[in-house]
Design a binder for this molecule. Sequence first.
Ligand code: SAM
Length: 303
Amino acid sequence: KAPSLYDKRDVYYRLAKENGWRARSAFKLLQLDEEFRLFQGLTRAVDLCAAPGSWSQVLSQKIGGQGSGHVVTVDLQAMTPLPGVLQIQGDITQLSTAKEIIQHFEDCPADLVLCDGAADVTGLHDVDEYMQAQPLLAALNLATYLLKPGGCFVAKIFQGQDVTLIYSQLRVFCSSVLCAKPRSGRNSSIEAFAVCKDYDPPEGFLPDLTKPLLDHSYSFNLLDGPSHIIVPFVTSGALSTYDSDRSYPLDLEEGSEYKYTPPRQPPISPPYQQACTLKKKGKLAMEIRPQDCPMSTADGLPQ
Ligand code: SAM
C-alpha cells in the first residue's frame, strides 16, 4: 500500500504504528518519563482522558502485570481493553464518574495521575486556553482524592496568556511544578504538560468534589507581588530523537524499505463516525443548489 500523507509528514505517527502504539501520544509520555522518571517505583496509576489508549498501553506494560486495578483508565469514549487495565467510560467533570474512580483508590492511593484531556481546539488561543483548563482542573480535583503524599500529577496544559493562574493552583498542591514540552509535541502547538511532583496539599485541606478549584483562598493570593510564580520550562526527550516539526524520508535507516503499517487500534466508536458513514454514502457536505432551498431568492442568495 502507498504511504499515507500522514506517514510522509509525521514521523511520530508512523513510528507509533510501527512500534504498536495506538497513538503518537505514547512518545510524549515516554519522553516525559525520560526527563522526570515518572515510572520510578510506580505501582498504581490513573490515566484520565485516555482514549484511544496509548498512555494506558505504556502503563499496562509498566505495571499492568501487577493485577487488575493497578491501572485505572477513564474516557468519554469506549476503548478497546488492555491487559491489567480497569476501564471506566465517563466524563471526568461529572460527579458520578469521579465517585466511580475514587472508590478504586480509597484503600490504596495512586502514585501517578495523568490527564491528556483535550477540549476541542478552536484556534483562538485565549478560548482554547480557558477550555483546556476545565479538564485539567477536574483532573486536579480528582487527584486530590487519588494521590498519595509525594505522588505525581501530569496534565496537558495550553500555554496561553493566563497560564500562571493554573500554575499557582498546581503549586498549592505540589511542591514542584514544571512546564514540559516533549520533543514529539509540535513546536507550533501551545500544548505542553504540567509536571507536578511531590503531592503535598496544604495542612487541613479536605478534598471536596463540590468545590471548584478556582476558589480564591487556594489561588489568586499567589498571583501577585513576590509570590508571582515563574514555572521552569523544560523540553523532554533526547535531542537526538526526531523533531516532530520536520519531515523525514520514509526509509528512516539507510537501506530500510518502507512498508505501510495500518493503525494499531482504530477508535471503536469515535464521535466522527456518523460523518464517515455519510461521506461514504456521498451525503456529507452535499452541494446546496438554489432550487433545493425554498427561502432563496432568484439570484440564489438566501433572503
Ligand atoms: N492520551 C491518549 C492516548 O495516549 O491515546 C490520548 C488522549 S486524547 C488527546 C484526549 C481524550 O480526552 C479524548 O479521547 C477525549 O474523549 C477525552 N476527553 C476530553 N474531555 C473529557 C472528559 N471531560 N472526560 C473524559 N474524557 C475526556
